[in-house]
Design a protein around this ligand. Structure first.
Ligand SMILES: N[C@H](CCC(=O)O)C(=O)O
Length: 285
């Protein structure tokens, strides 16, 4: 165990390579922090899962991450943030941050007619709509669910003509509404920036919530006195699926080939009481 809490890693997790868009921002804005990245690649996509499945996965990941000696947990995943953040924040004694609120805040500062592209689960949750409307009831919000995007990105088909076709279809209803701002409501989607940008008029502003999540993390670390003053340790990459596949897909965004560990999460039982007692058990450790 690390004795100085400030030097501990920050756990960042997603279903797959989406969280790398948050990691990229972390490297830019918080270069001193040491990161533990987890991709739940054996169980992606998350966006077509039920709330109870997401909650179970998120609890398993948090329990595992807490055993790895981390000082903060970041959901680099909109689906998890929309469906599980509030619940796990009340269950675990570790700072846990999600991506929705920082993204919604940034969009409200920029636009009046906001489009959100997201996974089916995030759209159904209405998390962005609610967050935006609570901040400013005058702002109009349109959400489009994009179930094909995550599989296309994870299959490395970003520049496939089919991906452009699908993107044009998903963005058409938002263009019809003359949106002035678009939120990437899934951390995978900034990987599609060249595609999305080529379809949207230049006047439409794009909000990448990752940028604002990392700003919120910086504030939280300051507040808790947990900024790392030491040189960072190399990022540890862990996945539940195939490490080689994750490594070869990620290199285009990371600029280096990561060493990736295969990780098995301890499955936890599904009854509510079991979850809570497991969470409580780790709290004091
Ligand atoms: N990147 C995640 C998960 C996408 C998925 O696995 O469907 C999100 O922001 O929602």
């Amino acid at each position: 165990m690390t004795t100085d809490k400030k030097a501990q890693r920050i756990a960042v997790f997603d279903s797959g390579v989406g969280g790398l868009t948050v990691l990229r921002e972390l490297y830019r804005q918080l270069p001193n922090e040491s990161i533990l990245y987890f991709g739940d690649t054996a169980r992606l996509p998350y966006g077509t899962r039920t709330q109870s499945e997401i909650l179970q996965f998120v609890r398993e990941i948090i329990l595992w991450a807490m055993d790895q000696d981390v000082k903060m947990i970041v959901m680099a995943c909109n689906t998890s943030s929309a469906l599980a953040l509030e619940t796990v924040q009340s269950e675990f004694n570790v700072p846990i941050l999600g991506v929705i609120l920082p993204g919604a805040k940034a969009a409200v500062r920029k636009g009046q007619r906001i489009g959100v592209i997201a996974t089916p689960a995030t759209v159904t949750s209405n998390a962005y709509r609610q967050a935006i409307e609570e901040m400013n009831s005058q702002v109009q919000v349109w959400q489009v669910s994009c179930p094909e995007f995550v599989p296309l990105i994870e299959e490395n088909r970003i520049h496939d003509p089919y991906t452009y076709e699908v993107a044009r279809e998903y963005l058409a209803p938002l263009l019809d509404q003359r949106i002035d701002t678009l939120i990437y409501g899934c951390t995978h989607y900034p990987h599609l920036a060249p595609v999305v940008r080529s379809i949207l008029p230049a006047t439409v502003r794009i909000v990448d919530p990752a940028v604002h999540l990392v700003k919120a993390m910086t504030q939280e670390l300051e507040l808790l006195g947990l900024r790392n003053p030491y040189p960072p340790k190399p990022t540890r990459f862990c996945v539940s699926g195939c490490p080689q596949q994750f490594a070869s897909l990620s290199v285009q965004w990371l600029g280096f080939t990561p060493t990736v560990e295969a990780t098995e999460l301890g499955a936890i039982e599904t009854s509510e009481t079991t979850h809570l007692s497991l969470g409580e058990g780790r709290r004091g450790s």
